[in-house]
Design a binder for this molecule. Structure first.
Ligand code: HBI
Ligand code: FE
Length: 287
């Protein structure tokens, strides 16, 4: 796990938000955004979900470069009632969930360096805004994110955050959806990564398995490399309905009695779309 401070740093409010101070970004920082944006905007038609592609329009602001959150929030607010607020970096779980429950998405107030175009662990403004915000312009997904925030706050009372965090990971961050029979990307961690946008759909290495809430919440994940398993939802309506219709208290109790599963595991009960070779993960381990 990343290290998170337990109180807001100097200059941040009690809810950890800060002024985006957009004028402070340098021409080089805006150029990093533009390079990443162009590369991904070219790659994603035909790969990203229709909902994400439609939502990309909210990012077409009056100027190129890192979006100004005030202008962005105005557009997002008109679409779904969400806002984007700036934070210095990772914020504590309860703070994060409280923002989501109130339809505020927290976005990192910094951008990766030009030598980090392909990989960085901390969520920067490119991951947070390019990856997440287009999906927040979709009314159904916007409601799912708010429901997740409310559920997250409740999960803290059950000591079940690490199980619920797997749901976020395998949907919001690394989810695939079936559209017109094909697999499409909607997870922000995939759409904001050039390499994983190709790997997640085309590579023979990872498993692709039909989404099942209990199964997903048993499954560990890796934060340091491409995923070994992707879970596929039938639609965003189904995802929202599954989470709203589930009583999580008994589910958490049941999960306590079940073993956690390795990221690459495949069960006899799984709806297997691709049984991955895991060649990529094995090569990495041997390297
Ligand atoms: N903070 N800035 C930021 N961004 C996140 O995605 C985030 C966070 N704090 C906690 C957190 N995510 C986790 O609780 C979720 O991944 C479940
Ligand atoms: Fe993210």
């Amino acid at each position: 796990m990343e290290i998170t401070l337990d109180r807001p740093p100097e200059g941040a409010a009690a809810d950890w938000t800060t002024d985006q101070d957009w004028d402070r970004f340098t021409a080089q920082e805006h150029a990093v955004w533009d390079i990443l944006f162009e590369r991904q905007a070219k790659l994603l038609p035909g790969r990203a979900s229709q909902a994400w592609l439609r939502g990309l329009d909210v990012l077409r602001l009056s100027r190129p470069g890192i979006p100004n959150f005030e202008e962005l929030s105005e557009r997002l607010m008109a679409a779904t009632g969400w806002r984007v607020v700036a934070v210095p970096g990772l914020v504590p779980d309860d703070v994060f969930f409280d923002h989501l429950a109130n339809r505020r998405f927290v976005a990192g107030n910094f951008i990766r360096r030009p030598d980090q175009l392909d990989y960085l662990q901390e969520p920067d403004v490119f991951h947070d805004v390019f990856g997440h915000v287009p999906m927040l312009a979709d009314p159904v997904f916007a409601d799912y994110m708010q429901a997740y925030g409310r559920g997250g706050l409740r999960s803290l009372g059950f000591g079940a955050l690490h199980k619920l965090a797997r749901l976020y990971w395998y949907t919001v961050e690394f989810g695939l959806v079936r559209e017109d029979g094909d697999l499409r990307i909607y997870g922000s961690g995939i759409v904001s990564s050039h390499g994983e946008s190709i790997f997640a759909l085309d590579d023979a290495s990872p498993n692709r398995i039909g989404f099942d809430l209990k199964r997903v919440m048993r499954t560990e994940y890796r934060i340091d490399d491409y995923q070994q398993t992707y879970f596929v939802i039938p639609s965003f309506d189904d995802l929202l309905r599954m989470t709203l219709d589930t009583d999580f208290a008994p589910l958490y109790a049941e999960l306590e009695t079940l073993d956690d599963l390795e990221p690459e595991s495949v069960l006899a009960s799984d709806d297997v779309i691709t049984h991955g070779t895991q060649a990529y993960a094995r090569a990495k381990k041997g390297a």
